[in-house]
Design a protein around this ligand. Structure first.
Ligand code: G3I
Length: 445
């Protein structure tokens, strides 16, 4: 899927108009009871073209007793959105918090099947009405481990997240499926743990379409906030700012603007949601963390956000229906030619050549394959590798594999097929057995 940044000057006068001009949405979290507050609803409908339930679609709200579903709050929000031209984010199918008591008391296979049933039932109920679902929320630990958070969900087996994504895709194939978390506001151990999971999911065809960055922020913004969004986008997922709120005070307007600019500068950043509308609607109590005063007046942070939306480049948004779930790359697109491997001074005459380097251990190996374009360059390439008997490919990145044993054919993916004369790109695969003696052959198109 390709999205391009386009340069369009504009001067929208509301958040939603400015975001829409740039191919994006601007949303707010809505607490159900606020829909009967007319001052609140006036701002919500004037400024926001996306909504998310602050609590009404969570597990404790939607399945208070096992197998008895309550969609009252969620349906009310969806109806409001449909009547007012707003898209809906779904939040959240599985989360270690806000579970109903009955689920908190379950474990093992009983909990696993209750979890999957919950995902299936709720995603089926809202089928066709949700732009993006937070399928799994906050599954990684804070701190330096980069590991999964311990929870009753995690203790059902490490594959619970991918199982949830597959169940959600089966139930509502039209919704984008997101992983959502906080303290991921830069390149750190936690965001890297999530990055590695997403890369692994893409390599194995687990249906994930987007990553949400909650962005509950304090008094400063990490210098690599945008770079972090971009590295996820480079894995071929959309990114979204999903729960933005910022500590009030001197730096608030700058931080809102910085977050908005970062999103605008990343072509796969498709929308921003603030976690509430007015300061007094916020879960953050007296932090004054949002864009509107309790009176409804716009704050300086509103103006800086609007200006950043208007100044940013636009995108052509991808279709709402996610693409097929074919396995994608497990590593970010390589820069071609690789900065560490200068092109040979004399490119091979035509076609392309490939060479392999191996990292082996008893029972397995990782192969890195370097593809070098000949003098005519390539529009695409295929590399064939004959594996020794007993070996098989288990995982491929930056190429698409056909077959897993015997002669395996690796084709370029969309971002690394076109190479100039002498340019180099790399892909890799992991295998079981021995990879010794493989001789790749390259064909260019
Ligand atoms: O509705 C009951 C009410 O009947 C009862 O009298 C009252 C007594 O405590 O509780 C009310 O429920 C509260 C609910 O918000 C609605 O106001 C819950 O106690 C309270 O825990 C709940 O807090 C929500 C919190 O998630 C739960 O952890 C916040 O509103 C909500 O903003 C917050 O949102 C989370 C995101 O889902 C995930 N990311 C972090 C974000 C902020 O914590």
């Amino acid at each position: 899927m390709t999205m391009t940044l386009t340069s369009t000057a504009s001067a929208g006068t509301t958040l939603k108009a400015s975001a829409a001009e740039k191919g994006r949405y601007f949303g707010a979290a809505v607490a159900g009871q606020k829909l009967s507050d007319s001052a609140y609803v006036t701002i919500l409908n004037r400024e926001f073209n996306s909504v998310v339930a602050e609590n009404d679609m969570k597990w404790d709200a939607t399945e208070p007793q096992q197998g008895r579903f309550n969609y009252t709050g969620g349906d009310r929000l969806v109806a409001h959105a449909q009547a007012n031209g707003q898209s809906v984010r779904g939040h959240a199918l599985l989360w270690y918090q806000q579970q109903p008591g009955w689920a908190q008391n379950m474990s093992g296979s009983a909990l696993r099947s209750a979890m999957m049933n919950h995902v299936t039932q709720v995603a089926t109920h809202f089928k066709g009405k949700i732009h993006s679902w937070d399928v799994v929320n906050e599954a990684f630990a804070d701190g330096n481990s980069g590991a999964r958070r311990d929870s009753n969900l995690q203790r059902t087996g490490n594959d619970w997240i991918e199982a949830a994504f597959r169940a959600a895709r089966a139930a509502d194939p039209g919704a984008k499926l997101c992983y959502n978390d906080y303290n991921t506001d830069g390149i750190n151990a936690k965001s890297t743990g999530i990055y590695n999971m997403v890369r692994d999911f893409k390599s194995r065809g687990v249906p994930i379409d987007c990553v949400g960055f909650q962005s509950h922020l304090g008094t400063s913004l990490s210098g690599d906030y945008q770079a972090n969004l971009q590295r996820f986008a480079d894995l071929d997922v959309d990114v979204q700012i999903t729960e933005l709120d910022v500590m009030g005070g001197g730096n608030q307007a700058n931080i809102y603007a910085g977050v908005t600019r970062a999103c605008m500068n990343v072509s796969r950043c498709t929308g921003i949601t603030t976690w509430g509308v007015r300061d007094c609607d916020s879960w953050r109590g007296s932090d004054n963390a949002l864009l509107f005063e309790c009176s409804g007046n716009k704050k300086a942070a509103y103006t800086s956000t609007l200006n950043a939306l208007n100044a940013g480049p636009g995108i052509t948004p991808s279709p709402t229906t996610p693409g097929p779930t074919t396995p994608g790359p497990t590593s970010p697109p390589p820069t071609s030619p690789s900065p560490t491997t200068p092109p040979p001074t004399t490119p091979p005459p035509g076609g392309c050549t490939a060479s392999v380097s191996l990292n082996s251990w008893t029972g397995g190996f990782v192969a890195s394959v370097k593809v070098t374009a000949g003098a005519a360059g390539t529009n695409g390439w295929n590399v064939s590798v004959t594996l020794p008997g007993g070996a098989s490919v288990t995982n491929t990145w930056s190429a698409t594999a056909s077959g897993s044993t015997g002669t395996v054919r690796f084709a370029n993916v969309n971002y690394n097929g076109r190479l100039g004369a002498g340019q180099v790109t790399e892909f890799g695969f992991q295998g079981t057995g021995s990879g010794a003696g493989m001789t790749p052959t390259c064909t260019a198109s």
